[in-house]
Design a protein around this ligand. Structure first.
Ligand code: FMC
Length: 260
């Protein structure tokens, strides 16, 4: 058999075997810890990651799944969660290399646009992701900067769970400059975060399907200051997020990628 045919068969095989290993990438400790408890995961003692990095892996068996929660940890100098695209890309890359997951779930909080139907506490499954702070006004580089891509399609999961669907726009700021706003509108986004499109880029690069579960902590086009609203709602909205992620994982259990 020609090598090309073999690899096609292999690829089809992985679509049809039950999902075995999942990687849940979560930027903030507050979001991650309730899920660590829920899935009864333990902290990795013998880190897969290079010595000295703050990245943390929690792992264990939940139902028929090897579940890994990866949290980029606290910044070594400042002691705050390592949010944003750089840490998200690095941990996604290192975790895929080490764990060869069947599926990635990027779970987290996000800002939502009420004009597009988002409310505080809503949980979204992103249909598409793109960046809003990588402006390169040269033909084709402009599209590279935006980095728009579709997420892995999960029609059955959507039918089963009560999640909203919308496009996600990612950038490295919590606030929104007028430039960012114009790009977010151009991206047709309903929700805005600081990691999603970066995780999607790395997952695509290494051919791992990825989905994005995002809960709305703040209304970007509302009248409250974002940082204040975000901090006020973080804990309560995290409960909704964690409930949705548990439902997603329960749905995935025992299924193949093609059944999602
Ligand atoms: N804009 C951008 N990011 C976020 C947001 C908003 N209005 N609300 N919540 C978030 C997410 C980001 O993805 C970060 O992980 C964290 O919460 C805020 O630092």
């Amino acid at each position: 058999m020609a090598p090309q045919e073999e690899s096609t068969e292999e690829a089809m095989g992985s679509e049809q075997k039950p999902i075995s290993t999942i990687l849940i990438i979560i930027a903030m400790q507050t979001e991650a810890l309730p899920l660590v408890t829920k899935f009864q995961l333990s902290k990795d003692t013998d880190s897969l990651f290079p010595k000295g990095v703050p990245w943390v892996r929690y792992h264990g068996i939940y139902k028929d799944l090897h579940v890994n929660i990866i949290w980029p940890g606290k910044d070594i100098l400042l002691g705050v969660d390592s949010v944003g695209t750089i840490s998200a890309s690095l941990v996604t890359y290192a975790s895929i290399q080490a764990l060869k997951p069947d599926l990635i779930i990027n779970a987290g909080t996000a800002g939502g646009f009420k004009a597009k139907g988002a409310c505080i506490g809503d949980v979204f499954l992103a249909s598409d992701v793109a960046f809003h702070d990588r402006r390169i006004p040269i033909p084709v580089f402009d599209q590279y900067g935006i980095g728009a891509r579709k997420t892995f399609s999960t029609p059955n999961l959507l039918k089963e769970l009560n999640l909203k669907v919308g496009k996600l726009s990612t950038g490295d700021s919590l606030d929104m400059s007028p430039h960012d706003e114009a790009s977010i509108v151009a991206n047709d986004a309903t929700i805005k975060d600081m990691e999603g499109a970066a995780v999607a880029y790395v997952a695509d690069l290494l051919s791992v399907p990825s989905i994005f579960v995002k809960a709305v902590t703040d209304i970007v086009d509302g009248d409250k200051p974002t940082a204040e609203e975000f901090l006020q709602n973080l804990v309560a909205v995290t409960a909704a997020l964690d409930q949705a992620v548990t439902q997603v994982v329960d749905f995935i259990n025992g299924k193949c990628l093609s059944q999602l």
